[in-house]
Design a binder for this molecule. Structure first.
Ligand SMILES: *[C@@H]1O[C@H](CO)[C@@H](O)[C@H](O)[C@H]1NC(C)=O
Ligand SMILES: *[C@@H]1O[C@H](CO)[C@@H](O)[C@H](O)[C@H]1NC(C)=O
Ligand SMILES: *[C@@H]1O[C@H](CO)[C@@H](O)[C@H](O)[C@H]1NC(C)=O
Ligand SMILES: *[C@@H]1O[C@H](CO)[C@@H](O)[C@H](O)[C@H]1NC(C)=O
Ligand SMILES: *[C@@H]1O[C@H](CO)[C@@H](O)[C@H](O)[C@H]1NC(C)=O
Ligand SMILES: *[C@@H]1O[C@H](CO)[C@@H](O)[C@H](O)[C@H]1NC(C)=O
Ligand SMILES: *[C@@H]1O[C@H](CO)[C@@H](O)[C@H](O)[C@H]1NC(C)=O
Ligand SMILES: *[C@@H]1O[C@H](CO)[C@@H](O)[C@H](O)[C@H]1NC(C)=O
Ligand SMILES: *[C@@H]1O[C@H](CO)[C@@H](O)[C@H](O)[C@H]1NC(C)=O
Ligand SMILES: *[C@@H]1O[C@H](CO)[C@@H](O)[C@H](O)[C@H]1NC(C)=O
Ligand SMILES: *[C@@H]1O[C@H](CO)[C@@H](O)[C@H](O)[C@H]1NC(C)=O
Ligand SMILES: *[C@@H]1O[C@H](CO)[C@@H](O)[C@H](O)[C@H]1NC(C)=O
Length: 394
């Protein structure tokens, strides 16, 4: 856009007939040039300024010098017009700060500086870096607030595992092109903004391991493309929104270690693609809805450390792909269903600290490769046939 304005100006300069007009246009031109220099700066100079602001103990940037064209520098990839399109310097032990200039590269699409030791604030105004599609600054030591601005072109934003502080702004909804958003492992506070529901193509959402409070917005149920939700290790309260049941592409649902209350909504039974359901370490009550036992693709079900009650129905036999079942530290009653012996892939079964009673199913472990089994602290009577196989304690 600026390029186009500049070339139009050049044309008019060439065509200018008298000195007066040329002078006036030159002034306009110079004003434009200086006010937009962040977009037209020399890429070579910008790259050298990036190099000079970072410590590079492994000499990863040693060939960033005049002896080579910058398109051949390590970690740089250019587009087919020889403009810098990618900077990929993950895991190079780079420290120091990243200069704002990295975001002024006019054609930059991908920046990956993940897994370094970079610190300070992220000097980014998203609104002035519209070419960017992928930004990965995860696993560094960045502090301060989330970067400012908005950008509807950005597809991947990974700022996880830093020390970013403060609220997630309502304006996050303006990143309407995001497919992947990971803000996990920071010190973010406040509520989850409802405006996230604006990001309709979002597939991966992680806000885990922060200090978020308030309820899970029911508006998340509008994000029909979501495959992975990780909101664990926060301080979220209230119930699990019924609307989560609308997310039929969901593969992982992880809301662990929060302060969630109420019953597990039976709408979760509509998540037919779900493979991992993790709700442990909350304050959930009531029975497991029967609909959960129709989630035929479940591989791992962990509802441990809640206040769940009721019996486990024989319907459990429908979960033929189940490998891990954790229901420990709840208030379940009744018998351990016989169905449990017919789950071919079951490897881990932890039912300890409940109120299960009756006999342990006698074929447990016969038809599968059970490797971890803990049924302790229940009210089970030993199966007399099994007893034959139990070695005396002394
Ligand atoms: C410049 O880069 C070349 C590799 O292309 C390297 O051999 C040389 O040592 C570098 N020069 C300086 C001054 O770093
Ligand atoms: C440059 O790449 C773009 C896509 O990245 C492509 O559409 C275009 O045809 C290419 N131009 C040339 C000259 O190769
Ligand atoms: C990276 O830096 C840290 C300290 O800053 C150091 O302990 C570590 O050995 C370095 N790693 C490599 C591969 O040089
Ligand atoms: C970001 O980088 C980390 C570490 O290099 C990597 O594990 C992660 O998958 C990357 N994130 C995305 C979205 O590509
Ligand atoms: C990262 O931040 C932590 C906490 O402030 C600090 O202890 C650590 O030394 C920092 N690491 C680097 C490489 O700056
Ligand atoms: C961010 O950039 C946009 C567009 O360049 C500008 O309008 C806005 O004032 C900037 N915001 C800040 C906080 O610098
Ligand atoms: C949703 O996105 C549109 C288009 O990007 C934007 O105009 C609107 O303000 C956004 N709404 C919210 C709540 O972020
Ligand atoms: C849940 O809330 C209680 C107080 O209401 C608090 O003590 C506890 O730390 C919270 N749990 C989590 C995981 O934040
Ligand atoms: C969690 O939030 C509750 C209020 O909902 C508050 O009382 C409690 O202190 C918080 N706990 C932590 C660990 O932040
Ligand atoms: C477990 O259920 C019993 C009644 O069967 C009830 O008295 C008790 O409070 C419940 N405990 C928990 C932790 O929910
Ligand atoms: C148990 O494991 C063995 C060896 O890993 C495998 O051959 C067998 O098919 C497994 N059985 C079941 C029921 O998964
Ligand atoms: C344990 O089970 C027996 C019957 O199997 C029942 O009579 C008893 O009340 C149960 N105890 C508890 C604490 O639930």
């Amino acid at each position: 856009m600026i390029d186009r304005i500049l070339s139009v100006l050049f044309l008019r300069l060439k065509m200018a007939k008298n000195e007066a007009e040329t002078g006036r246009l030159s002034l306009v031109f110079m004003f434009l040039f200086f006010s937009s220099c962040s977009c037209t700066d020399n890429e070579f100079e910008l790259l050298l300024s990036i190099k000079s602001s970072m410590n590079d103990p492994l000499q990863s940037l040693s060939n960033w010098n005049l002896s080579l064209p910058f398109c051949q520098w390590k970690g740089i990839a250019c587009d087919n017009s020889s403009h810098v399109a990618k900077i990929e310097l993950s895991g190079k032990n780079l420290s120091g700060k990243i200069p704002e200039s990295i975001f002024h590269l006019p054609y930059i699409e991908t920046i990956d500086l993940s897994s370094n030791q970079l610190s300070g604030e992220i000097p980014l105004n998203f609104s002035s870096c519209l070419s960017l599609r992928y930004l990965n600054l995860s696993n560094n030591n960045f502090t301060g607030p989330l970067p400012k601005g908005s950008n509807s072109q950005l597809q991947v934003l990974d700022l996880s595992n830093n020390m970013l502080l403060g609220k997630i702004p309502e304006e996050i909804g303006l990143f309407s092109g995001l497919e992947y958003l990971d803000l996990g492992g920071n010190v973010l506070m406040g509520i989850i903004p409802k405006s996230l529901s604006n990001i309709t193509g979002l597939q991966f959402l992680t806000l885990a391991s922060n200090q978020l409070i308030g309820e899970i917005p029911r508006e998340l149920g509008m994000l029909k493309s979501l495959k992975w939700i990780y909101l664990g290790y926060n301080n979220l309260s209230g119930g699990i929104p019924i609307d989560i049941g609308e997310l039929t592409s969901l593969n992982h649902l992880d809301l662990v270690n929060n302060n969630l209350t109420g019953e597990i909504p039976s709408s979760l039974g509509k998540l037919t693609n779900l493979q991992y359901l993790f709700l442990y370490l909350n304050k959930l009550t009531g029975p497991i809805p029967r609909s959960i036992f129709s989630l035929k693709n479940l591989i791992s079900l962990d509802l441990s450390d809640n206040f769940l009650s009721g019996e486990i129905p024989e319907l459990l036999s429908q979960l033929q792909n189940l490998e891990i079942l954790h229901l420990f530290s709840n208030n379940f009653t009744g018998k351990i269903p016989n169905a449990i012996t017919s789950l071919p892939h079951l490897q881990v079964l932890q039912l300890w600290s409940n109120k299960f009673s009756g006999e342990i199913p006698k074929d447990l472990g016969k038809q599968n490769n059970l490797t971890v089994l803990d049924l302790s602290t229940n009210n089970l009577t030993e199966n007399p046939r099994k007893r034959l196989w139990i070695r005396p304690a002394f």
